[in-house]
Design a protein around this ligand. Structure first.
Ligand SMILES: [Zn+2]
Length: 431
């Protein structure tokens, strides 16, 4: 058991602060981008004594990574082992690199994440996510499972039949999966007479999509899975840029920060930390990364943090689920909300099988939100208005569109999967 996370809060913070200062020194010495940034801003790193000094370091954004990608490399290129790209959910994918030390760090990250879920060396884990295609996550899981000493089944993404065949054949106890794929597996099981609750699977490490609301309860997706399949779901939160994964412990009260691997700030629009429970943007400084150190990197992810004690005994900070992307925030009749909030409400209307949330700007730069629904479901419009009024205190416009037309709008060119939010606001007003 790694005792570090069970120390007292102030002890954890003191150790983390030392690692943060080390990381600053490392970036200043080896990263061309940060050498330049610190010089330009005349920052004396020796003068960084506390958080308010640290706050003077400018935020690094996705744009910096896109324009100066090569400038972030802090080792000789021959030292690089793994070459990956970011997911490119927003913007274009960026190249990312890992050396031996970074790969070991990733293994350690997942090892501690798995321990948090109650996994042991006796478990067999089926990885139903991609291990190749330049993704970091699948390989990180593999390395972490090796460190734990657990059994591994590498089925990869998709192919419900292969998944169920492997479950029957190798009797894995955990899955690592994208939550919406679990619905596909359930559907396949129902069609093929597989009794899901009689299989060896007891829990799933979920990746890529939120399964909980901010209050910790399972969201529509999470409930749909567990009502059909009686398994324990664990949330995780990660990205290539962070090179770090956050995982839920068995108390399911937010994902735990691994304090020796990452330093997090949750900031308001003025760059000041928000209080626990408030929504802010997550800004990260991954610790102990060597190939591409990032200092104060703005993730664009909006979320909350918890400061109450977790009964698992780990005293590290915990983060809530991502409630939206900063870029997609809607300023709507005096309140601000995220497309994801509207989506969560709409997903609870059973008869509504197709919709698109559209944002435009009026002449004064205010956001206008319109929900597009298929012509053949126009009877749902009143219910929909009422529901959104009750759950979000806003009444967006509702517009009916021919089903075929709506399907086309949901799959724009270059989109990897159908979209639920169409941002047509003038760029100036987006922030
Ligand atoms: Zn915990």
């Amino acid at each position: 058991m790694h005792s570090e996370y069970f120390l007292k809060k102030h002890e954890i913070e003191a150790k983390q602060w030392d690692l943060l200062l080390d990381q600053l020194q490392y970036a200043a010495s080896y990263s061309p981008f940060y050498k330049d940034l610190f010089e330009k801003n005349q920052l004396d790193l020796k003068a960084v004594k506390d958080y308010s000094d640290f706050q003077k370091i400018p935020i690094t954004g996705k744009k910096d990574l896109e324009t100066d990608n090569g400038q972030f490399l802090a080792v000789l290129s021959k030292e690089v082992i793994d070459h990956v790209t970011t997911s490119g959910t927003i913007g274009k994918p960026v190249s990312f690199f890992l050396n031996e030390a970074d790969l070991q760090r990733l293994a350690q990250n997942e090892y501690h994440s798995f321990l948090m879920t109650g996994m042991t060396a006796d478990d067999v884990v089926q990885i139903t996510t991609t291990l190749d295609r330049r993704f970091m996550a699948g390989m990180a899981y593999f390395l972490g499972l090796r460190q734990l000493g657990a059994g591994i089944v590498r089925t990869g993404a998709g192919l419900p039949q292969l998944q169920w065949d492997s479950i029957e054949r190798f009797q894995p106890t955990y899955l690592i999966a994208v939550p919406s794929f679990l619905l596909k597996m359930i559907e396949f099981a129902e069609q093929n007479g597989i009794a899901v609750n009689q299989t060896s699977i007891k829990a799933v490490i979920c990746i890529g999509e939120p399964i909980r609301y901010k209050n910790g309860e399972l969201n529509a997706l999470g409930s749909r899975i567990t009502s059909a399949w009686n398994i324990e779901l664990f949330s995780t939160y990660a990205s290539t840029e962070m090179s770090t994964a956050f995982t839920e412990c068995q108390q399911h009260r937010g994902v735990h920060e691994l304090s020796d691997l990452i330093f997090t700030e949750i900031l308001d629009d003025d760059g000041n930390p928000v209080a626990a429970g408030q929504i802010g943007e997550l800004v990260v400084t991954p610790l102990r990364t060597r190939t591409m150190p990032l200092i104060r990197y703005a993730t664009g992810d909006m979320l909350t943090w918890h400061d109450d004690i977790c009964t698992c005994g780990r005293n590290t900070k915990r983060l809530g689920p991502v409630v939206g992307r900063k870029q997609q925030r809607l300023k709507f009749k005096g309140t601000s909300l995220f497309p994801q909030h509207i989506q969560e409400s709409l997903n609870s209307i059973e008869n509504l099988d197709l919709y698109l949330i559209e944002a435009t700007s009026d002449e004064f730069g205010n956001d206008i939100v319109t929900i597009l629904i298929p012509e053949d479901q126009k009877n749902e419009a009143d219910d929909l208005k009422e529901l959104l009024q009750a759950s979000l205190y806003v009444t967006p416009n509702i517009q009916t569109v021919e089903r075929k037309e709506l399907e086309k709008l949901k799959s724009p060119k270059n989109a990897r999967k159908p979209i639920s939010f169409l941002d047509r606001r003038s760029a100036f007003h987006k922030r």
